[in-house]
Ligand binder design. Structure first.
Ligand SMILES: [Mn+2]
Length: 318
């Protein structure tokens, strides 16, 4: 029988003394929780391993832990890429620089990036996959890591709301709760406390959404608006999750100007029409009902809006 994936990954972690953990650009709680959690687990399981979590930090998620610099000596090293489907979106590492590489991801497959790949596109989150990995190997969880993985899972499922919240999700979370007595109140305070200005900004979005006849809603956020409310493109994009379950709206998107990259960040959500196929025509990607794109101009945004509106139309007609 072929060796199971858990055992393979465990043996590779055991084999290498220098291990670098990477994730996608634009850090989010799942990307950070899964990498920082796994670092703590590896350090708790094996003495004398050097484990680094790399990537650009995000100040709003600093409660999940600090990040490391890529070590200069990558001789005999293992890279584990989490929560990232393609090479382009890995934040700060190139698999070919390492002796061996592993990918652990829950996004739909885009390309082979690493020597060994464990892809489960029906897993709710990369954090869930790490919980699963730990329960199927001799890796040793810590209470701190359990909290971080829980945060990652809760964030990616929007509190068990999204499609890939399965019986496996609840089973693993149940075990985690039982084994590590998670302090939910504290964890949620970190995850959900937000500046009042963001709540006001959410009000602005609600008041200014454009809704098409086919049930597609969107907003274009220019630099002026973002600076008026003092929010950045990333937190503006994350607001997209707050507009689910609105009568007559089947898909919706937030397009915000990203000063740092001089382009437009689009976050698309849906509760019916499949949006990642449309997003990929604009070089974006993601899940069926939750996708993202980067666009060069608001003219391009208009093109994408047309395409998404059409997708809603097709959906209603079906
Ligand atoms: Mn994820």
């Amino acid at each position: 029988m072929r060796m199971n994936i858990y055992k393979k990954i465990y043996n590779l972690i055991k084999k290498y003394d220098t291990i670098v953990l990477a994730r996608h650009v634009g850090a989010d709680p799942d990307a950070l929780g899964s990498t920082i959690g796994l670092k703590e687990i590896i350090e708790n399981t094996f003495e004398h391993k050097k484990v680094y979590v790399i990537g650009n930090p995000a100040s709003r998620f600093k409660y999940l832990g600090s990040l490391d610099k890529l070590p200069s000596n990558l001789e005999n090293s293992l890279l584990i890429v989490l929560d990232t489907p393609d090479k382009l979106r890995i934040d700060g590492a190139s698999p070919e620089l390492f002796t061996y590489s592993i990918k652990i991801d829950h996004h739909p497959f885009i390309e082979k990036v690493c020597d060994l790949e464990w892809i489960d596109d029906e897993a709710s989150s990369a954090s869930q996959m790490i919980i699963e990995l730990v329960y199927n190997t001799k890796l040793k969880m810590t209470k701190s890591a359990a909290g971080k993985l829980y945060i990652g899972l809760v964030a990616d499922t929007d509190r068990f709301l999204f499609t890939y919240t399965t019986d496996k999700t609840f089973h693993l979370v149940s075990r985690l709760m039982n084994d590590y007595k998670l302090d939910f109140e504290k964890l949620y305070t970190n995850l959900y406390t937000r500046p009042f200005k963001e709540v006001k900004f959410e009000g602005y979005i609600a008041n200014n959404l454009t809704v098409t006849d086919n049930g597609f809603a969107y907003i274009k956020l220019t630099e002026d608006i973002l600076s008026e409310y003092d929010v950045d493109a990333a937190s503006a994009g994350n607001m997209v999750n707050n507009f689910n379950y609105i009568e007559g709206i089947y898909a919706w998107a937030v397009f915000s100007y990203d000063k740092n990259n001089n382009n437009i960040r689009g976050s698309i959500r849906s509760r019916g029409p499949i949006v990642n196929e449309v997003a990929s025509q604009f070089k974006g990607g993601g899940h069926k009902y939750a996708s993202g794109v980067r666009l060069n101009s608001f003219d391009e945004v208009d093109e994408l809006v047309k395409a998404l509106d059409l997708q809603c139309k097709k959906y209603i007609e079906k």
